[in-house]
Design a protein around this ligand. Structure first.
Ligand code: TXA
Ligand code: MG
Length: 360
């Protein structure tokens, strides 16, 4: 065994292996699986964001994840499986609602919280007696889980506090020299992390909004509510998912959301741009294709068309990352409260902005 891959104190060479996302080369998948089964880390694509994988049932795997990401070890990891039957080994019980949700949304961008069995080490669950589980739909992710030991713990493959990676290049940017391998399957499909639902509450509770919306969940299991902890700007209201309390995704420049009717938003952002230009500052703007030509900021990034909310989710994190490379002092963003996944998009954007919103 190559001990270098397991010694996080040594700088290691990070190999980036291109794979055909839909039909990955199995010899590359087996190489990656070998690293995971030995307790090492591999960056890999899922349909939501890139994950940083380790064997979920080995305590040292989880420890390496926390070290590589610089993540607090009380922030539990999601265990990724490839078959529904794999739940038996890692959970204490499977409520009937979980079966119904799995039938509807697995494989896919939904994470469910279960009571854990003894097979799951506390290192993986951040000391909790519950375990978060997801069955991703990405063929590369599924192949890797099957070739590894069947249970891959994977947080998003970013350095803690940075936007989640939607391209292999983002994983390389954050984790080069810290992990031995990244599987590059190109751009992810969705671009924001999975919806997390906790079924242990009397009324099932969404701990993190995502591509699978409250309405979609309610259609299958009846009433569902949002955890008040993630919707609140009040730091004294604690979210139930430990990771939701951290100020994620924040770009280096100060970010403010300007919310309201489109024309008024454009006008206000242009006024603010003028004010900051007078102070000699550079202004970044996050907007949509429909409004792009109406701004005169220094760096103007469009998330895509308002007609296509999937495209907004797909591009948001890459844009937030890009701004860290650009020399801007302040960023103003339009609001993206679009009908379906707007709730999840705004949850991420509000965090990035530290809840600074100007209503016009
Ligand atoms: O889409 C996704 O879910 C991606 C891909 C890679 O699958 N993964 C991901 O993992 O977003 P991560 O670690 O970045 O976010 C996991 C979230 C954190 O907020 C964590 O606190 C919460 O899930 N979580 C994990 N286990 C939990 C548990 N037992 N109870 C409550 N929250 C939990
Ligand atoms: Mg994350």
């Amino acid at each position: 065994m190559n001990t270098n891959i397991l010694d996080e104190k040594k700088t290691i060479i990070t190999q980036v292996k291109k794979v055909d996302a839909m039909h990955p080369d199995m010899s590359i998948i087996r190489e990656a699986a070998e690293i995971i089964c030995e307790g090492g880390l591999v960056g890999f694509p899922t349909e939501t964001v890139y994950g940083l994988g380790a064997d979920a049932l080995l305590p040292e795997g989880a420890k390496r994840i926390y070290a590589a990401k610089g993540r607090p070890s009380d922030n539990p990891l999601i265990v990724h499986i490839a078959d529904f039957e794999a739940l038996d080994k890692i959970t204490a019980d499977i409520p009937p609602q979980a079966k119904a949700l799995a039938d509807a949304f697995w494989p896919g961008p939904l994470t469910m919280i279960f009571r854990k069995s003894d097979a799951v080490p506390y290192e993986t669950t951040g000391g909790l007696d519950t375990v978060a589980v997801r069955m991703p739909s990405h063929p590369t992710a599924l192949a890797l889980i099957r070739e590894s030991c069947g249970y891959i713990a994977a947080p998003s493959a970013n350095t803690s506090g940075r936007p989640s990676p939607t391209l292999a290049e983002h994983v390389y940017e954050d984790l080069k020299g810290k992990i031995p391998m990244i599987l590059d399957g190109g751009a992810v499909g969705i671009g924001i992390e999975s919806t997390i639902i906790d079924l242990s509450e009397e009324i099932p509770m969404i701990l993190r909004p995502g591509y699978i919306t409250k309405d979609m969940l309610s259609e299958v299991i009846g009433e569902v509510r949002d955890d008040p902890g993630f919707t609140s700007a009040d730091p004294n209201v604690h979210p139930k998912a430990p990771g939701m309390k951290y100020r994620h995704y924040a770009p280096k420049a100060n970010l403010t959301i300007v919310s309201g009717e489109a024309d008024a938003v454009v006008q206000r952002i242009n006024e603010l741009t003028r004010e900051h230009h007078q102070k000699g500052e550079k202004v970044g703007i996050i907007c949509t294709d429909e409004t792009r030509a109406r701004y005169f900021g220094d760096v103007i990034e469009s998330t895509g068309s308002r007609q296509n909310e999937d495209s907004i989710a797909q591009h948001l994190y890459a844009i937030l990352r890009d701004f860290d490379e650009r020399d801007v002092d302040v960023i103003f963003s339009e609001s993206f409260a679009t009908p379906r996944i707007g709730h999840a998009i705004m949850n991420r954007l509000l965090k990035a902005a530290g809840h600074q919103v100007i209503e016009v």
